[in-house]
Ligand binder design. Sequence first.
Ligand code: ADP
Length: 489
Amino acid sequence: MKVIYVSSEVVPFAKTGGLAEIAGTIPKKLKKLGVDIIVIMPLYKVIKENNFHLINTDIQVETRIGDKIQIGYVYKGFLPNTNVPIYFLECEKYYNREGLYNYPGSTEDYEDNCERFVFFSRSVLEIVEKLNIHPDILHCNDWQAGLTPVFLKTIYAGKKCFKNTKAIMTIHNLAYQGLFWHWDMKLTGLGWSLFNWKQLEFYGKINFLKGGIVFSDIITTVSKTYAQEIQTPEFGVGLDGVLRERSKDLYGIINGIDYNIWNPETDGYIAANYGLKNLGGKRICKKALQKKYKLSEKESPIIGMITRLTDQKGLDLVANKFQDLMEANLQFILLGTGDQQYQVLFQDYAKMYQNKVAVNFSFDEQSAHEIEAGADIFLMPSRFEPCGLNQLYSLKYGTVPVVRNTGGLADTIKDVSMESVYNGKVNGFSFKEYSSESLLNTITKAISLFKDKAQWLKLMKNGMEQDWSWERSAKEYSCLYEKIIGDRQ
Ligand code: ADP
């Protein structure tokens, strides 16, 4: 089975969020299951600067963008410590800049994102043709690759190498759809006949992700609950109707985490290693965290958050009740990048509550690991959450998650009220109503249970014992691949 995995970001080459981790891991696991898989992504400046070992393949693609031909160059590398090939599409004009999608340090998108990702999504097919691969499956991720299935089923439909190719579209976050000015249809070369409400048009604009959903054979998203939620107006971000139409082809496959990277027993970033059988190191990590962020070195529970600073992540709930929260005996650390308004707000809180509150507005892998290891509670009160990774890291690090019951958080975190902690199943705290009151009540419950050392320890251990590795998800993807190939025959 030959699979082309298309992603605009892949760990360790370039990352802005969860997609990169998934794209850096799932192909490795699929390869182990016998899937012949290659990955394709853009060659961003950050990749060139990091001296990865890449080979110039001498392959050159000539991709039509509007009425021009744009040349791209193809480089090859491997996912680290594997034999999974990854091909990089180079085009200085589009990808040789500081940010992946927006100006660094801001949330302002590059004005030519449409053109940049029309080029990427179409060039993928050009690269596959040049490599003379006859793929069974093109697995496309998020809006940046949303037009690949559209090109596959239209302009490239008659090509020999795509005769038996099926397309899968995976939605990692429906909130990002790739919406562009309608005149940019010209750049795609797809023809105005596709610009209608059943295909690419969305309230007068072009919608890349909608194209991917409509033209793919199968659609997946990253948890079962989110797969249901996105078919409702509340979570559908305008595409719920389109998704309901494709309901029988829509699957939810929960993400996993890479225990080679996220494991307190082997983590090289943290002050001391620890595990289920020797939890002592966690105390050292907590002390180190308090020291680094100049928090008073008390026994009070530390609440950690590592997040993009966007409305999605429930920061408004935290901000609204922050002063009430601060009356409790706790400490709070926020690591995040994004909206300026949240930075200003939490910076002010950090000034107001020195020794209790710390903020770090950088994107910093090491700090993320340190917080996972040193905190006692991990807070993720998301408005919506397709899957979420940090709650899964937290479980492994014995940092008890407090989450909102939505999407992947609902599928992974079982609230303590459901049964006794001693049955081994409950692993955190979860609330349903999106309100500051519910958040505050739930944190209050967590802090109160924190004082009961025996129960708390058991709760930590319940999470640490669970297995959220990628093997399970990879098996589900591979079954799905088998299924669509089977349907084809
Ligand atoms: P999303 O993909 O919506 O951003 P996820 O929880 O699925 O949320 O994944 C986010 C990933 O990005 C996690 O691996 C998290 O640790 C990481 N991350 C987010 N913000 C930062 C940051 N400021 N520094 C380091 N890592 C971060």
